[in-house]
Design a protein around this ligand. Sequence first.
Ligand code: ZN
Ligand code: ZN
Length: 277
Amino acid sequence: MTDSSGYAAFMAVSWTVLGSGSGGNCTVVASSRTQILVDAGFSCRETLRRMRLAGLDPEATDAILITHEHTDHVAGIERLARVLDVPVYMTEGTREGWQRYLRDQVRIRTKVTRIESFLPGVGFAVGDIQVLPFTIPHDAADPVGFTLAIEGVKTALVTDLGCVPANVVEHLRGCDVLMIESNHDLEMLRVGPYPWPVKQRVLSRVGHLSNEALAEFLRQHYDGSATYLILAHLSEQNNHPEIARRAAEQGLGERCNLLHNRLLLASQAEVLESIRL
Ligand SMILES: [Zn+2]
Ligand SMILES: [Zn+2]
């Protein structure tokens, strides 16, 4: 976009993690014209409260994008979509899983009428935000991560993945903001309180990404492009923010400095201060 003087107009990108973890996930990504929520894992009331706390106007929301049908990503959709009067984008598999959750857990039938389906690997636009969903390995029907590009600024969100396969590595190249899972410390999970079947689920290749696996990705496959790297979906039982931070710093090595790969940690309870690019 250029203004009348021919200079490129300033396009603000803002990225606000309202909260992340197994108790609820929601991130607000906005350009100067478009605002989307990625995941709706908090109640409508709590989502609106956190948005206002972050200085965001809920009424400015244009769409809700959903990664997969687990409760911590969908719990607030039904009410939020109606209150904000916005379309909800998800894969067909996620839609079926979400509707099953509503029927079996919440015991309601959805009244949301504006549901848009997308296919992993096929890009689409919401306002001036270019969205590209991509398949991730997780034990849900058809889970995705997203890259969100706004006027040449590429951002990505990928949580709830058991490992980082080559297709995901490809999608995460050239990101200015990268929000990625750092779910658990392997030793804390091993000795922690979860029953063995749950530990096995978390550890599997379709479970959640450990600090160690993230560090390995950062060391071996990450191109180091991001200004901000956000560690997300930290387990409250099986992780500690400082342990996660240290593991990521070790994976990044000297690429973690004031100009690149500034590490931020998303939390379950607190809104993370908005990133602006
Ligand atoms: Zn989750
Ligand atoms: Zn999940």
